[in-house]
Design a protein around this ligand. Structure first.
Ligand SMILES: Cc1cc2nc3c(=O)[nH]c(=O)nc-3n(C[C@H](O)[C@H](O)[C@H](O)COP(=O)(O)OP(=O)(O)OC[C@H]3O[C@@H](n4cnc5c(N)ncnc54)[C@H](O)[C@@H]3O)c2cc1C
Length: 397
């Protein structure tokens, strides 16, 4: 494509912003329509494995990342009820040496800010905050996108539309019908707590993973170790009754403590120290057979929402953005470039979606399956545990 026509992106999340940067750097003009008027700093951390971090480095974001992200020494897996160590996997140094890029942990809002600043620096990215994509129509000269801002509708004629509008994507719904996400019957409870308010046990530069019956808990430091990110995921048959409230639905700490009352004293103490908790109803969808039509496609959670058991949703959105950028910038015709992008991404993202579902069961095993799982964890070396996901980490999008 030699002309500079506008590509519209619905959604300014991790995937939408990364796609905007990739497209603009390739010489294309981009309009990002973001529903919210201002990004709120979600209280959560994010892990980025080498398949995703290598892309951020390739886009020259390494310096900004160095200010806010860190490499954990390793991941320690423990049994929830008695804190018994089951496995210890190396991360710092090992991932970079083996997979060519580091494993990073950081505050989600910091990652989002890095992407937003990088997108704002691009002359060819126009960010339209507070503009929700409400509908679109394809025609022979491209796509007309309808946005809504303060109850006012506006039309935008663009050459393509990328739906990067998350789990409950409007673009996906308009293309393929409004099927609902599949509730995982699991709730993620999230909190950020100042490290100096926690027992030293938790203020370490490691990712802690605790496994128990119908629940698991993850913690790791962000912001140079000054804050600890805590995520507890519990089976929750009632989840469907409140799902859809978003990232920051307030949670009741006593309810969370009740769910972990039979766990080790360390975990109970950790929960006791949390200043407040928010909760998020987990859901995913089955892999889609088609992601797009004509000059419209999907990206990130809109295309392949997955459960967070492999910590790969953000990483897959970043990979999508890289591939989309390459296909659109190098392609001659928009529709066929989008189909090429989809062909390159569908199989891999579907595999990660399925693997994340599988892990959601394995993490939450009760006995006797838990005993068998823990035995395998004890036998395998930590490196083997990491390298089991070589197909994820070694990928070069
Ligand atoms: C508990 C939990 C832990 C996680 N941990 C990790 C992790 O460690 N590592 C990792 O890689 N991933 C993790 N993830 C997954 C990751 O957060 C998501 O996969 C990622 O945010 C997807 O990015 P996205 O840009 O596709 O969607 P989103 O981040 O959801 O962004 C979508 C954007 O679109 C906007 N929007 C929605 N509708 C419209 C509309 N109609 N018009 C315009 N804008 C719209 C929204 O406001 C939002 O800004 C985790 C998820 C959960 C729930």
């Amino acid at each position: 494509m030699s002309d500079r026509r506008t590509i519209a992106i619905a959604g300014g999340g991790i995937g939408g912003l990364m796609a905007a940067i990739a497209l603009a750097r390739g010489g294309l003009r981009v309009s990002v329509f973001e529903r919210v008027g201002r990004f709120a700093p979600f209280g959560a951390g994010i892990q980025l494995s080498p398949n995703a971090s290598r892309i951020l480095y390739a886009f020259g974001l390494g310096k900004a990342l160095a200010q806010v992200a860190s490499e954990p020494d390793g991941m320690i897996v423990r049994r929830g009820r008695d804190a018994r160590e089951l496995s210890r996997a190396p991360l710092k140094g090992y991932m970079k040496q083996r997979y060519g890029a580091p494993y990073l942990i950081l505050h989600r809002a910091d990652l989002h800010t890095i992407l937003k600043v990088a997108a704002d620096k691009e002359m060819d990215v126009d960010m339209q905050m507070g503009a929700a994509v409400a509908d679109f129509a394809r025609h022979k000269n491209g796509v007309t996108v309808l946005t809504e801002r303060d109850h006012q509708l506006s039309e935008h004629r663009v050459s393509a539309l990328i739906g990067a509008d998350g789990l409950r994507s409007t673009v996906r719904g308009r293309m393929f019908g409004n099927d609902q996400p599949i509730p995982a019957e699991r709730t993620a409870w999230r909190a950020l707590v100042p490290a100096d308010q926690l027992p030293p046990f938790f203020a370490k530069n490691t990712v802690g993973l605790w496994l128990g019956n119908d629940a698991h808990l993850v913690h790791y430091p962000v912001r140079g170790g000054s804050v600890i990110n805590v995520v507890a995921i519990v089976a929750d048959a009632w989840q469907t009754s409140w799902s859809g409230e978003g990232w920051n639905a307030p949670g009741d700490k006593d309810e969370l403590a009740g769910r972990f009352s039979a766990w080790s004293p360390q975990v109970r103490e950790l929960i006791d120290c949390l200043p407040s908790v928010s909760r998020w109803a987990l859901a995913d969808r089955k892999p889609l057979r088609r992601w797009g039509e004509g000059e419209v496609t999907l990206l990130g959670d809109a295309a392949h929402p997955m459960l967070p058991f492999l910590a790969q949703g953000g990483g897959m959105a970043i990979e999508d953005a890289m591939v989309l950028g390459r296909c659109l910038v190098q392609g001659r015709d928009i529709a066929s470039s989008l189909r090429k992008y989809e062909r390159q991404r569908k199989q891999r993202t579907a595999r990660v979606q399925r693997e994340a579902r599988k892990m959601s069961k394995i993490y939450h095993y009760g006995n006797p399956m838990a005993l068998a799982r823990d035995k395998v964890l004890k036998i395998k070396t930590g490196q083997k545990l990491v390298d089991r996901y070589r197909w994820i980490y070694s990928h070069k999008a």
